[in-house]
Ligand binder design. Structure first.
Ligand SMILES: Cc1cc2nc3c(=O)[nH]c(=O)nc-3n(C[C@H](O)[C@H](O)[C@H](O)COP(=O)(O)O)c2cc1C
Length: 253
């Protein structure tokens, strides 16, 4: 049975995790939202793989569930799983996923999370080094292979909620709404190569006069900052770039 994975990723960790699932066909959530890809009517096994953002779902995942799943006949879906990648812990994110899917009339069969290198800059202002990233990826291998095994055998794992989950869900939803991020700016290293525009999961960057112009729909995933091949984007004095677990070209849309 073919597995379809709907993937949201900024810096590539979630693509790295999605690739561990055997025989899965992976599609960016942006492909679903733009109408370039439609979930086949007879899909039986569906996965949603994404990063934890402020202990909740990234905006595109909410949009995918509302606009793409909430509007179709989902009766063919027999097994639906969610994998969240996080820098520390996922708290109630998978319960949030279960609730969002339930609003679309879908039961989540399995949810699990895995810790991978943290792409978030606002707290530390220092990117994970290659050495740290390699160590953290190696530590995640066991968890990733047990998740892959669980999913292959269609294990059931219902994510639990805890006190205050509704408040946290609301806070996350509000904090992670797409908006302008005035702190992201190109610097003198920028050569206008347009890598940032190609990898932005929101299509929020255009190249004008050989430099990026950041629009109003930033979700602060920091893919543009970390993946610029010339270190040509500044963010509030942050230093270093997280080079990620997959090639930059694999994130191009
Ligand atoms: C905007 C943003 C918010 C984040 N919030 C959390 C969080 O609440 N908890 C956590 O453990 N990690 C958090 N992280 C870390 C990411 O979940 C982690 O780096 C993830 O693996 C990135 O996935 P990606 O490379 O597929 O985009 C956050 C990262 C970003 C960019």
């Amino acid at each position: 049975m073919k597995t379809i994975i709907a993937l949201h990723t900024g810096t590539g960790n979630s693509l790295y995790a999605a690739r561990k699932i055997p025989d899965a066909e992976i599609h960016f959530i942006s492909e679903f939202l733009s109408g370039r890809y439609t979930l086949p009517e007879d899909t039986e096994k569906l996965g949603i793989v994404f990063p934890v953002y402020c202990w909740g779902l990234p905006f595109p995942v909410r949009e995918f569930i509302d606009k793409c799943l909430g509007t179709r006949d989902n009766s063919s879906l027999g097994y639906v799983f969610g994998i969240a990648t996080c820098g520390a812990f996922s708290l109630y994110t998978l319960h949030d996923l279960a609730m969002s899917l339930s609003d679309a009339g879908i039961a989540l069969s399995y949810g699990n999370s895995v810790k991978l290198p943290d792409a978030y800059l606002p707290l530390k202002k220092k990117a994970v080094t290659d050495e740290e990233a390699r160590k953290q990826a190696a530590e995640a291998e066991g968890k990733l292979s047990s998740i892959a095994d669980d999913i292959e055998h269609e294990k059931i794992r219902i994510p639990r909620r805890g006190p205050g989950w509704r408040v946290i869900r609301k806070l996350s939803e509000t904090a992670m709404k797409p908006r302008r991020n005035p702190a992201l700016k190109s610097n003198e290293n920028c050569i206008g190569c347009s890598t940032c525009a190609s990898i932005c999961p929101m299509g929020n960057i255009t190249i004008e006069n050989s430099g990026p112009v950041f629009g109003e729909n930033c979700i602060s995933c920091f893919a543009c900052y970390h993946r610029c091949p010339h270190n040509g984007i500044d963010y509030k004095g942050a230093s270093g770039q997280y080079n990620g677990l997959v090639d930059t070209k694999e994130l191009m849309r």
